[in-house]
Design a protein around this ligand. Structure first.
Ligand SMILES: Cc1cc2nc3c(=O)[nH]c(=O)nc-3n(C[C@H](O)[C@H](O)[C@H](O)COP(=O)(O)OP(=O)(O)OC[C@H]3O[C@@H](n4cnc5c(N)ncnc54)[C@H](O)[C@@H]3O)c2cc1C
Length: 388
């Protein structure tokens, strides 16, 4: 171990990697971040930080800057396939129940706030990945890490914060098939270039049907954002083709979003999966965020867990100086139950995003109607939020 803090390499400049870099630098560790993308990501989809997710952002000192980029709560319109409105849930109704511990920000804005907090002290090496890692002297010495830019580095700790399809996980723990659990859905999300016709500011239009959901959000500031998920056993390849096949029958703003997906090269397109692993660390290599425990978008807490995981990892290292093994074990055992809970919630909650049968869909409609009701709605929302 180095005299003044640890030498740490982080793969991935997403939410988990940047949050870890921020916390670990503050604690005096020497951090190098490598990021596969050629440049900083912007925009992306909307992310809610509710309850523990908000608290994690606050613990990292990010809440004031995030508040400036908060998109607030949306008025929610549930629409039929022909685009007509089934019912409307006013923003004020949800706002009252959620309270002040909530933020809605673009993923790109959350990352931008993390970048700003980091300053120029840990500028990631973009366009770079980890190509090999070996532990010196059979685990007793430092890690030896080779990067795709041809440089080599000794490090005390390698953090794989490189997302669902983690390269570090593949290098240090084995093939993705061993830990990826498909939830049998695809997701396509993208920022739109201009608002769709007929969708007012600060309003979301959502279509929910058997096996599929589509939503378009039009915020006050920034680009509207489109989100689609549908049941499938196949990974989506071409988003335009997939959206046409699964949502081509719709009308209204949601239809317009599906049609305009061809205009963007910034779409998030993937199968929905969780990551389930027996352990998140091996020697001096640890996985963090989606790379370790992806709970999936159906949980709605992945970003919050990435922030909390990074904050708690730094705390565990500070509490156990000179004893990396104990620090990593303590950190993992403290997080396991939150992750298990969120993964279970996602498996159950996925029926909300793409109801498996017409009966599920009718139940869902009834629930939404109850939530939109003037007196019953806020009371129900308060009960639901207490469990978050
Ligand atoms: C549509 C959608 C909606 C969501 N909504 C919410 C929500 O409302 N609330 C919430 O809390 N969560 C939400 N999530 C989940 C949340 O976005 C993720 O859990 C979170 O982004 C995970 O952060 P991460 O840093 O672990 O991984 P990622 O965000 O995937 O970041 C990984 C980073 O590593 C880089 N990378 C990849 N491979 C390599 C490599 N080999 N070498 C170097 N770098 C690499 C990537 O380019 C990226 O920058 C949502 C997800 C989706 C898809």
């Amino acid at each position: 171990m180095a005299d003044h803090g640890l030498r740490i390499v982080i793969a991935g400049a997403g939410i988990a990697g940047l949050a870890a870099a921020l916390r670990l630098q503050r604690d005096g560790h020497r951090v190098l971040v490598v990021e596969r993308a050629a440049e900083r990501r912007t925009g992306g989809y909307l992310v809610n930080l509710l309850g523990p997710g908000f608290d994690a952002a606050d613990a990292l000192g990010l809440a004031p800057a995030l508040r400036e980029r908060d998109q607030g709560i949306f008025t929610s319109r549930l629409v039929r396939a022909d685009g007509s409105t089934k019912l409307t849930m006013p923003a004020a109704l949800a706002q009252e129940s959620i309270g002040s511990h909530a933020l809605t920000v673009f993923r790109g804005d959350l990352e931008a706030v993390l970048f700003e907090a980091l300053g120029d002290t840990a500028e990631p090496r973009f366009g770079t990945t980890i190509t090999a890692v070996s532990d010196g002297a059979a685990g007793a010495g430092p890690l030896h890490i080779a990067l795709s830019d041809g440089t080599e580095h000794d490090a005390d700790l390698l953090i794989g914060a490189d997302g669902l399809h983690s390269g570090v996980r593949e290098l240090a723990f084995g093939p993705a098939d061993d830990c990826l659990r498909s939830l049998g859905h695809a997701v396509i999300a993208f920022p739109m270039d201009g608002a769709p016709d007929g969708l007012p500011e600060q309003t979301a239009s959502t279509f929910i049907d058997v096996g599929r959901t589509a939503a378009v959000f039009r915020p006050r500031d920034g680009a509207p954002s489109a989100f689609f998920t549908y049941r499938t056993s196949e990974a989506p390849r071409d988003p335009v083709e997939a959206l046409n096949a699964h949502f081509g029958d719709l009308s209204g703003p949601v239809h317009e979003a599906a049609r305009r997906s061809a205009d963007t090269d910034d779409a998030y397109v993937d199968s929905v999966s969780q990551v389930v692993m027996d352990t998140w660390s091996r020697g001096g290599v640890v996985l963090l965020g989606d790379a370790a425990w992806c709970v999936s978008l159906f949980a709605g807490h992945g970003a919050g867990l990435a922030l909390a995981g990074a904050d708690r990892l730094a705390r565990a290292l500070a509490d156990h100086p000179g004893d990396l093994g104990t620090a990593l074990r303590t950190w993992e055992s403290g997080l396991r139950s939150d992750v298990r809970t969120r993964q279970r919630e996602a498996r159950i909650g996925m029926a909300r995003f793409a109801p498996p049968t017409r009966a599920h869909q009718r139940m869902q409609d009834l629930m939404i109607r109850a939530l939109a009701a003037p007196i019953l709605g806020p009371a129900l929302l308060r009960v639901m939020n207490r469990t978050r």
